[in-house]
Design a protein around this ligand. Structure first.
Ligand code: SAH
Length: 223
């Protein structure tokens, strides 16, 4: 009884804190897309971190997850999602599943979701967290995301949550005719720019959106 009451109070509190997060960290910094704000208010970030970090889940920064990786800052997830201009029916490829948090946000915004993670342990944990949160039909792959997931291409949007000095060429080939790709571009310890690539005739238009700091894209040999 007491445990149930505590759980329901905790859920109420998390909803309140999440609403504050959306207002103070996301809308206040200029994210306008109503669907993105709604998704950020809905997805339970605390369900994607370890128990000891639950009370800190709505803070304005990344938090540690296993394998020396991080769950992205909420604002970065929102900003990236807004760049993709998702309407609801898109097929999206995410590189760097990590905790599964951004995966959940993208699942709220798109039609079909494919996600690739290089660490099997993270992919397994994320998959369990996502299904515990009621997300169904997300397709997971363990491997080097630099290769994308050609079997399911083309994608309407591709998002990288790990930084590389240049976006691997193969990923562009997996984008559909009006495809958009958002990625942190830069060296591991150097300056990085969140960059949006969108189709422009035969090539791509490139726009630098913000200075960012993401964990680096690992290659098979790094691990
Ligand atoms: N969006 C995730 C962010 C995780 S951090 C979240 O909110 O939890 C970036 C992730 O990219 C890490 O989990 C890391 O293991 C993964 N990663 C790094 N290099 C990769 C690669 N080459 N292919 C796939 N995933 C990679």
């Amino acid at each position: 009884m007491f445990k149930d009451l505590l759980a329901s109070k905790f859920a109420e509190y998390q909803t309140f804190v999440r609403r504050r997060m959306v207002e103070d960290q996301i809308a206040a910094r200029g994210v306008r897309d109503g669907r993105v704000l709604e998704a950020m208010g809905k997805v339970r970030r605390h369900a994607f971190v370890d128990e000891y970090l639950r009370t800190r889940a709505y803070e304005d920064h990344p938090l540690p997850i296993d394998e020396g990786q991080t769950i992205s800052q909420p604002y970065m997830v929102a900003l990236t999602a807004e760049l993709l201009e998702l309407k609801g029916s898109e097929k999206v490829l995410e590189i760097g599943t990590g905790s599964g948090y951004q995966t959940a946000v993208l699942a709220e915004l798109a039609g079909e979701l494919y996600t690739v993670e290089i660490f099997p342990s993270l992919a397994e944990k994320a998959s369990a967290a996502l299904s515990a949160q009621g997300y169904r039909g997300i397709k997971f792959r363990t491997g080097d995301g630099a290769d994308g997931w050609p079997e399911h291409a083309p994608y309407d949007a591709i998002v990288l949550s790990c930084a590389a000095p240049a976006v691997p060429e193969g990923l562009f080939a997996q984008l559909g005719p009006d495809g958009r790709l958002a990625a942190p571009v830069g060296e591991a310890d150097g300056p990085q720019k969140l960059t949006l690539f969108s189709r422009d005739g035969a090539g791509f238009r490139e726009r630098s959106v913000a200075d960012v700091r993401f964990v680096p894209m690992l290659r098979r040999r790094d691990r």
